[in-house]
Design a protein around this ligand. Structure first.
Ligand code: CP
Length: 300
């Protein structure tokens, strides 16, 4: 049977995504109850991180261990990737040694090249274009705290980058209304918008009106560090505050993938507001990634 990859949310069907979030919720209940669940005993994962990570790395490493498997962490500095070995050659070799590979790299093309050369399932642990693992946790969190997201209104405020692109895919897969407030010059690709699953609002205030979920991300993602000063000016009107959330639905939820920059995309206090689900979502990275590993390794 052909292997399955998880490079974007569009690699799985809406029905499979629903099953994944349900399984993540089951795994969370079992974990909190202290139940031992070793569905991946003897399996090995390679975790290739070419960029920094806290949540994604710990969720995959702890998740594999809890499921009875093990993870090998590969940084560019410690492998031949850092000395120029082609990514496709690395994929061919690792395919003979491990059962699944997770990769974080800026270049989505490199991720696709790795997946094309690999005989094992490949997971996107974040590229400049997409961050689908974060969306699994975000949608699990919304449904855990607020119920089904289908038909709800979601507002994404800020940079039209990998999280924004992932929300556009999520709107299609989960069937919610998505409004985007992104500064001129920082809107998602026209091609992504042309698919009709999101529409641009003029201001953050307009985007959040009646929203059941409000989401933001950092103004300067990995790879934009040298633009940070300019971006602080451009994005200043796009900061998420309690006052902005007051315009949303009475039961709105606020999510941020973290790490957050207080004083930039969020003010000093909104992450401590009762409407903030970012901490629950960070914890849910563990359960949603365990569900994803089971899906790719046990249900191909
Ligand atoms: N949200 C997220 O992916 O966090 P890390 O960069 O810490 O993995």
């Amino acid at each position: 049977m052909a292997k399955r990859d998880f490079l974007t949310l569009l690699d799985v069907s809406p029905e499979e995504l629903k099953a994944l979030t349900q399984r993540a919720a089951e795994l969370k209940r079992a974990h909190l109850a202290g139940e031992d669940h070793r569905s991946l005993t003897g399996r090995t994962a390679a975790l290739i991180l070419q960029l920094s990570s806290t949540r994604t790395r710990v969720a995959f490493e702890a998740g594999m261990a809890q499921l009875g498997g093990q993870t090998i962490f590969l940084s560019p500095a410690a492998t031949q990737l850092g000395r120029g070995e082609p990514i496709g050659d690395t994929a061919r070799v690792l395919s003979q040694m491990v059962d699944v590979a997770m990769i974080r790299t800026l270049s989505h093309d490199d991720l696709e090249a790795f997946a094309a050369a690999a005989d094992i399932p490949v997971i996107n642990a974040m590229t400049a274009r997409y961050h689908p693992c974060q969306l699994l946790a975000d949608l699990q969190t919304f449904e855990e705290l607020r119920g089904p997201i289908g038909g709800r209104r979601v507002a994404f405020i800020g940079d039209g980058y990998n999280m924004c692109n992932s929300y556009i895919n999520a709107a299609r897969q989960w069937g919610f209304e998505l409004r985007l407030a992104c500064p001129p010059g920082h809107q998602p690709d026209a091609a992504a918008l042309a698919k009709g699953h999101a529409r641009l609002s003029e201001t953050p205030e307009e985007a959040v009106e009646g929203a059941h979920l409000v989401v933001t991300d950092v103004w300067s993602s990995i790879g934009h560090e040298e633009e940070q000063a300019q971006r602080r000016q451009t994005f200043a009107p796009y900061q998420v505050t309690e006052t902005l959330l007051d315009r949303a639905d009475d039961r709105t939820l606020f999510l941020h993938c973290l790490p957050a920059h207080r004083g930039e995309e969020v003010n000093a206090t909104v992450l401590d507001d009762p409407r903030c689900g970012a901490w629950t979502a960070a914890g849910n990275r563990l359960h949603s990634q365990k569900a994803l590993l089971e899906f790719l390794l046990l249900d191909p």
